[in-house]
Design a protein around this ligand. Structure first.
Ligand SMILES: *[C@@H]1O[C@H](CO)[C@@H](O)[C@H](O)[C@H]1NC(C)=O
Ligand SMILES: *[C@@H]1O[C@H](CO)[C@@H](O)[C@H](O)[C@H]1NC(C)=O
Ligand SMILES: *[C@@H]1O[C@H](CO)[C@@H](O)[C@H](O)[C@H]1NC(C)=O
Ligand SMILES: *[C@@H]1O[C@H](CO)[C@@H](O)[C@H](O)[C@H]1NC(C)=O
Ligand SMILES: *[C@@H]1O[C@H](CO)[C@@H](O)[C@H](O)[C@H]1NC(C)=O
Ligand SMILES: *[C@@H]1O[C@H](CO)[C@@H](O)[C@H](O)[C@H]1NC(C)=O
Ligand SMILES: *[C@@H]1O[C@H](CO)[C@@H](O)[C@H](O)[C@H]1NC(C)=O
Ligand SMILES: *[C@@H]1O[C@H](CO)[C@@H](O)[C@H](O)[C@H]1NC(C)=O
Ligand SMILES: *[C@@H]1O[C@H](CO)[C@@H](O)[C@H](O)[C@H]1NC(C)=O
Ligand SMILES: *[C@@H]1O[C@H](CO)[C@@H](O)[C@H](O)[C@H]1NC(C)=O
Ligand SMILES: *[C@@H]1O[C@H](CO)[C@@H](O)[C@H](O)[C@H]1NC(C)=O
Ligand SMILES: *[C@@H]1O[C@H](CO)[C@@H](O)[C@H](O)[C@H]1NC(C)=O
Length: 796
């Protein structure tokens, strides 16, 4: 405290008389209050409080930096010999010297606050911030109630846990309360009291506080001073009171990620100051009322993944300050309103995954700030509006999954800021121009009607990570190695065109980041050399090509591979299936010879059908396939017995062994709870009876054991399988009657039944057909069929 009598003399110059006395008196006053500035009691309380903590690792440094409040241990320079009012984080009342503010946010505190902590001696505290520290999952001390003057309390992101203490609701002077991002639960009673008591509350931030038992109705009477209400991801459920949208001072309302929260928007009297409204990922429903147009301060409106319906009111054009507009994943319908053209501040427009139809209006001339345009997955038709041409800030265009037609505009290839372009799944025609700008990262044009050749400039795009041109009518040669520049390429998909792909490496190119390569139907006749350097490849589709010979070793070296499709080629050999993480292997329709290779245990899908595999049928390693869902070994020349373990599998849903040379009996034990849906053993030499344990396969839809040598009576017990639709027993040695007149056969879903070429005898009872409701609709028709004449009965 600096005081000079000269200063006082100047200020009090008019007081000539008794000047010395006055000055002395003032000095005395000042020195007294200076001594009071920080009492010993407060210093000692604070220093004791300090002792509770260690200043450990800096959990929140990055976050605090972003917020502009760098993280450092503020308490470290708290020293006894310095006036505590000048300590970091402390604010004192200038008159009384009481500590009224304690801001220890971003201070790297690690420890907890016990109920008897000296902190609670600072009874004049008004503003207390402990955000972004680590309180070691301790409870919020109920003693905060010892601060009756508290107006601001902030415990955000500080590893507090368990219940918010009831006593907190007594802090009736609170203006701002932030408990967000802890591991806290709030009871409904506390919420009720809090709403009643805190009549001055302007900010309530409870994001991530578990409020799943709070009845949202209690929020109805929340302070009308409320300006900021943030309740993201609180597990709130039930009906959210509509009047909150009408609070007269509310400018920010955040309700996102409360999946079970219901409500509708008010028709009238919206909170006028509202600038930010986020109800994404809730059950909010109903229409967007016309009155939303009255919110002339609105700058962000997020309504993603709710249940909204109806058309967008033209009044949306009133929000001239709107910058973010996300209505994606709802059921909005009708035309896209042309009044959007007035939203000159708009940077993000997302109407994806709705039912909008009609043409995209050319609203873009004045939307010069627009950086992201997303209208994916609607039913929009017509062409891409030319106004997009002028958007110099446009970084992403998502118009995929619509009915857009016309030729692809050539200016798309020279938009100055464009990074992401997705026009997949439309009906665009025309050819691809040379790309003018290098900023492109993603080009997705698959499933259109594009023709012509792929411009070579595509391979000059330095920042390109994703290129999908599959399912078009592009033609000509693609020289994958023309340029070694696209080092960042992660996904390359050129399948289903009329391309001829040149796969030879003639420059030193490498694709270290490539993880997805689809070159199906690309007229490739050898394994591309691109695989030599694709060390991170995860998905590889080379199906429908003309690749001959053995699968090369270099493919085996790619340890990251999890999806491999080599079907429909002319491959003659594969030495093994050695990949460690692979779960999908399709090599069907090749010329593979020799033994079936042992599969890796984590496999979920394997098809090697239509090859020339011979030898002992199924290596015992197939019994280790604990996750196998789809196993198709059909149309080979495998022989031997079908391993019992395939019946026991709890994961398999499709087992197809048809057209091989298997003999012996069908596996006898199908496990209870089996997921089997299709069992096809047609065209082998299997003997014995049908295993009774097939009744355990409650999901079975198709059972085909035709063309074997099975010797059994009619399996009436299969009638209880609720999903069975196809039952083929033809050309076996089944015998005896199909069931007597008393048996009811509730084959409730059966559509195809083939019993021909067996030894069934006796009359076929009407009753039998009466109980095949899916097959027969005519009742009271007398059937007396000779079983020998019986053929496929097929009614769809
Ligand atoms: C954090 O809590 C654990 C268990 O509750 C305790 O063992 C540990 O000492 C505490 N650490 C600090 C710094 O308080
Ligand atoms: C708080 O209570 C604990 C025991 O519960 C005791 O060890 C500690 O000394 C007390 N601290 C103060 C400041 O009274
Ligand atoms: C909470 O504590 C854990 C370790 O106990 C730490 O990794 C994490 O960063 C802490 N979180 C916060 C929000 O301080
Ligand atoms: C709480 O404190 C943190 C860190 O200083 C800050 O980012 C946040 O905005 C504060 N909360 C409120 C409601 O002011
Ligand atoms: C706050 O709530 C408590 C507990 O219900 C009650 O005793 C107290 O009177 C309330 N205070 C005010 C100012 O409403
Ligand atoms: C929230 O609390 C409820 C009841 O106390 C509990 O069942 C639920 O698992 C909690 N939710 C989360 C996400 O922790
Ligand atoms: C809100 O306040 C009114 C009037 O004070 C009262 O009648 C009503 O019961 C309160 N509603 C809730 C949900 O607390
Ligand atoms: C809307 O505000 C007007 C004027 O303040 C008032 O008369 C009317 O009752 C309010 N309507 C609703 C539904 O709150
Ligand atoms: C909002 O838009 C509607 C129709 O577009 C218009 O009639 C109304 O006057 C506008 N309201 C304001 C406040 O601008
Ligand atoms: C992008 O292409 C346009 C048109 O060719 C050109 O005028 C502009 O300078 C290019 N911008 C960049 C960053 O390359
Ligand atoms: C390519 O990406 C880098 C890093 O993101 C960026 O600095 C550079 O400007 C981009 N190049 C072009 C031509 O956009
Ligand atoms: C694809 O292009 C070829 C010529 O390259 C043409 O003959 C054929 O008709 C086109 N197919 C379609 C469906 O447009």
């Amino acid at each position: 405290m600096i005081c000079s009598c000269e200063l006082i003399k100047e200020k009090m110059g008019w007081l000539m008389m008794g000047y010395q006395l006055v000055c002395l008196q003032i000095l005395l006053l000042l020195s007294l209050s200076s001594a009071n500035l920080c009492s010993h009691g407060q210093i000692s309380a604070l220093l004791h409080f300090k002792q509770l903590f260690s200043f450990g690792p800096a959990f929140h440094d990055a976050y605090c930096d972003i917020k502009g409040t760098p993280s450092y241990p503020k308490m470290e320079n708290w020293k006894e010999d310095i006036d505590c009012c000048s300590w970091d984080g402390i604010t004192c009342d200038t008159v009384t010297g009481h500590v009224i503010g304690l801001d220890l946010s971003c201070s790297r505190l690690h420890g907890s606050i016990p109920a008897n902590s000296s902190l609670f001696l600072l009874s004049h505290l008004q503003n207390h911030n402990l955000a972004f520290n680590d309180f070691n999952f301790s409870q919020i001390p109920s003693n905060f109630v010892r601060f009756p003057s508290l107006t601001h309390l902030n415990l955000s992101a500080s590893n507090f846990s368990s219940q918010v203490p009831f006593e907190i609701s007594h802090l009736s002077k609170l203006i701002s309360l932030d408990f967000s991002s802890n591991d806290l639960t709030l009871e409904t009673l506390v919420m009720k009291e809090l709403v009643q008591n805190m009549t001055k509350l302007e900010q309530l931030v409870f994001d991530f506080v578990n409020m799943s038992t709070v009845v949202p109705d209690y929020l109805t009477n929340i302070s009308s001073s409320m300006m900021l209400l943030s309740l993201s991801e609180c597990g709130l459920q039930g009906s959210f009171p509509e009047n909150i949208f009408r609070l007269p001072n509310l400018h920010t309302l955040e309700l996102s990620w409360n999946y079970n929260l219901r409500s509708t928007f008010p028709k009238v009297n919206w909170s006028n100051p509202l600038t930010y409204l986020d109800v994404s990922n809730t059950q909010l429903s109903g229409e967007l009322p016309h009155s939303i147009g009255n919110l002339n301060s609105l700058s962000s409106l997020y309504m993603k993944r709710c249940n909204f319906i109806g058309s967008i009111p033209a009044s949306i054009g009133n929000h001239t300050k709107l910058s973010y507009l996300d209505l994606s994943y709802n059921s909005f319908s009708g035309l896209i309103p042309s009044s959007l053209s007035k939203l000159e501040q708009l940077t993000v427009l997302d109407f994806s995954k709705n039912n909008f139809n009609g043409e995209i209006p050319d609203i873009f001339i004045n939307l010069t700030q627009l950086s992201s345009l997303a209208l994916s997955s609607n039913s929009l038709s017509g062409s891409i509006p030319s106004g997009v041409h002028g958007l110099r800030n446009l970084a992403s265009i998502y118009l995929d999954g619509n009915l857009l037609d016309g030729t692809i505009p050539s200016w798309l290839f020279s938009l100055p800021s464009l990074e992401k372009l997705n026009l997949n799944d439309n009906q665009l025609s025309g050819h691809l121009d040379e790309f003018q700008n290098n900023s492109l990262q993603e080009i997705k044009l698959s499933n259109n009607r594009l023709h012509g050749s792929i411009p070579s400039s595509i391979f000059e795009l330095l920042n390109l990570t994703y290129l999908d041109l599959s399912s078009n009518n592009l033609s000509g040669a693609v020289e994958l190695y023309k340029s070694a520049k696209i080092m960042n390429l992660e996904v390359l998909r050129l399948s289903y065109n009329n391309l001829s792909t040149i796969t030879k490496n003639n420059v030193n190119s490498s694709f270290p980041k490539l993880f997805w390569l689809d070159l199906s139907s690309c007229s490739i006749n050898e394994f591309p050399e691109i695989l030599l350097t694709a060390d991170n490849l995860q998905r590889l589709d080379l199906s429908n090509n003309e690749i001959h010979g053995h699968v090369p070793n270099r493919l085996f070296n790619i340890s990251t591979l999890f999806f491999l499709n080599l079907s429909h080629n002319f491959l003659t050999g594969i030495e093994g299936l050695p990949w460690q993480v692979i779960w999908y292997i399709d090599i069907h329709s090749n010329l593979l010879q020799g033994q079936l290779p042992a599969p890796p245990p984590q496999l979920r899908f394997l098809s090697v059908s239509h090859n020339r595999l011979t030898g002992l049928p199924i290596p015992s390693s197939f019994c280790n396939l604990s996750s196998i869902e789809y196993l198709d070994l059909s149309s080979n020349s495998l022989y031997g017995k079908v391993p019992q373990c395939l019946g026991n599998s709890m994961s398999i849903s499709v087992l197809d062994l048809k057209t091989n040379n298997f003999h012996g009996s069908i596996p006898q034990t199908f496990a209870n709870g089996s997921r089997l849906m299709t069992l096809n053993l047609n065209g082998n030499s299997l003997e014995g009876s049908l295993p009774l344990s097939l009744v355990n396969c409650g999901n079975l839809e198709v059972l085909d054991v035709g063309n074997n040598m099975i010797n059994d009576s009619f399996p009436h017990w299969l009638a209880t399988l609720p999903q069975l639709q196809v039952l083929i027993l033809r050309s076996n040695r089944f015998y005896g009657p199909l069931g007597n007149s008393k048996t009811r056969l509730p084959f409730s879903r059966l559509r195809i039944l083939d019993l021909s070429h067996n030894g069934f005898t006796g009359p076929l009872q009407t009753r039998f057909f009466e109980n095949l409701p899916a097959m027969m609709s005519r009742k009271n028709t007398v059937f007396k069929l000779n079983i020998w004449e019986m053929n496929i009965i097929k009614i769809l």
